[in-house]
Design a protein around this ligand. Sequence first.
Ligand code: ADP
Ligand code: ZN
Length: 729
Amino acid sequence: MLSAAANPARHFYCDSRVAVLLPLPLAGAYDYRVGADPVAQGDVVEVPLAGRTSLGVVWGPGSAATDPGKLRTILRRLPAKPIPEALCRFVDWVAAYTLAPPGAVLKMAISVPAALEPPAPIWAVRARPIPDGLKLTATRRKVLETAAAHPPLTMADLAREAGTGDSVVKGLVEAGALEKVALAPPAPFAAPQAHRDGPALSESQAQAAAALAEIAGFHVWLLDGVTGSGKTEVYFEAVAAALKRGRQVLVLLPEIALSAQWLGRFRSRFGVEPAVWHSELSDGKRRATWRAVADGTAAVVVGARSALFLPFPDLGLIVVDEEHDGAFKQEDGVCYHARDMAVVRARIGACPVILASATPSLETLANVQAGRYHRLHLPDRHAGAVLPEISMVDLRRTPPPRGFWLAPPLVAAIERTLAEGEQAMLFLNRRGYAPLTLCRKCGHRLQCPHCTAWLVEHRQAGRLICHHCGHATRLPSVCPECEAEDSFAACGPGIERIAEEATHRFPGARVAMMASDTVSGPHAAAEFVRQVADHEIDLLVGTQIVAKGYHFPMLTLVGVVDADLGLEGGDLRAGERTFQLLSQVAGRAGRAERPGRVLLQTFQPDHPVMRALVAGDRDSFIAAEAECRRDAGMPPFARLAALIVSGPDAGAVDDYARRLARTAPHTEGLEVIGPAPAPMALLRGRHRRRFLIKAARTVALQAALKEWLAICPAKQPLRVQVDIDPYSF
Ligand code: ADP
Ligand code: ZN
């Protein structure tokens, strides 16, 4: 199924030295001597390393600088397919861009070491000529006749076919009347049916689909269409086109574990399930999937950001759905943005990439404006469905009654919706019961001992939990500060509290919550989504996971409990992010025949985000945001990096941060801001200080950072984490 381009001539090395990259956070590749087996670029090998052995990948020719006497020899070449050239180049590129050690990036590419060994064979048996002197009972004869009449069967299958037990079959194997043969494992993924017809497309959909399907080489598309405009149907046409060319396709989704609806749509379009890649796969599935990607039998992979590092030999299209979503940014280990790296991967693989969104990021829109990306526009919802009408509930004028969180206009709207037999959704981006627990006597607030964060009460679980490090404890019966008994009060709402209020206010309504801790794992999520779609739930209370692309035809009202929530804090991206999230949430309403309504509860009805949402005026909002960023000299109009210095001891962290500040580069066009306490000044027991480095587009930012950090490198337990293009700033 692979095209010829997939296997360009590889460079073999024999009788010499090669550079081997190890999946470890080392500065670079190490030289090794080639053993008896010749090896080629991309081969996976086992090498000696400090008294142990390590996996590695042949990365290129060795450097003459290493003393030949010190060279150690490659132990063996693994029987795995070589790591594709494009993936090796991608690893190098990501390492150079993010300043992560190349081995740390390679580790993401060979994340399933077990997949590098051949799969365990499946043993079957087949008939042989009957040996002399074999005692032939009727059962034995039946087994031998059955074996002769079938292709090789496993012993259990043969026994079942012949209507007998395993021991009879085993006896025949021992007697030499049956022989064991190894079967090739079945391909885990069936080929998608690219030639099946999709739905009839509207004119604007058809135009966009035709443009997408036409280009096979590197090209970046922005598929910009309002929620419900059919972006998925349109990019499915591009998927079909890539499959018809015999090439592989990667689709990145922000919450792959919650994508049952997406998978169902894929199945109805292409007749089969795609391969899925995310952190909750079982080991066996992970191994089989990795191998199927490597040998090309997984034609379509839908995955989380880590799927970018799978060993596609012949990638022909990448789709990044909801390209604006913050979940694409990885913020620990190797810090990278999967959307941007998808563009890099596409360039290296010479294939197109489609970024789809109803609310594209400022970065992507700037790239469209600069002519680097090409925009395709879907202006309307499919089949005449209209966009929901968005209005505000001004909490200063019509506040909820004391101790409640839903204001009268929202309550009235929900009552009407339920009376019409329709569904409503309440959105609050906060898990648990209450974000803060405080002593009524002395005002003491329960805080995480390891993080700059309040402990969040989860009443259903009977716990106070830190949402940053997972620290969990029971509610103390005595205040640790003033020793008052039973003095703690919950402050503010989380979705558990909203669900409690909803149950109380709308008796008879079937209320259900959806958050990552109440609905966890793909199966629970799929079942939950089915219940909503089948109208077994009337009122849905959820966090941002309910915002992600679901299509619920009977859902006509969305109430945003606290529209101001995301605007708190000094983050310059807060406005953009809130606008995107709330547009996404609003987009769940009225997606079919019945029109939808959205009510935003806010204390800031004059805030530009609220005004833009109500007016449905994305373009003016984006223009104003862009203006703001340009004035502040911030991305996407300049480049930005964050350095986070951290360690267990605050004094040592401050000392080191000051030393770094003294050696900061004085380069034209580059500005170092800080050190200042990082947004989470204490996280998992580590104190954190942050530098922001702003650079003009003309400055070699990575080189400057590298030089700077080499002057006084951090010594354990201090650490410096580099985050190029940080998501928050
Ligand atoms: P978006 O991804 O832009 O939010 P979707 O692709 O989810 O939009 O489409 C919204 C709904 O409309 C889905 O149920 C989809 O199946 C349906 N739809 C979109 N385009 C068509 C079409 N051309 N024919 C039939 N159904 C369509
Ligand atoms: Zn914590």
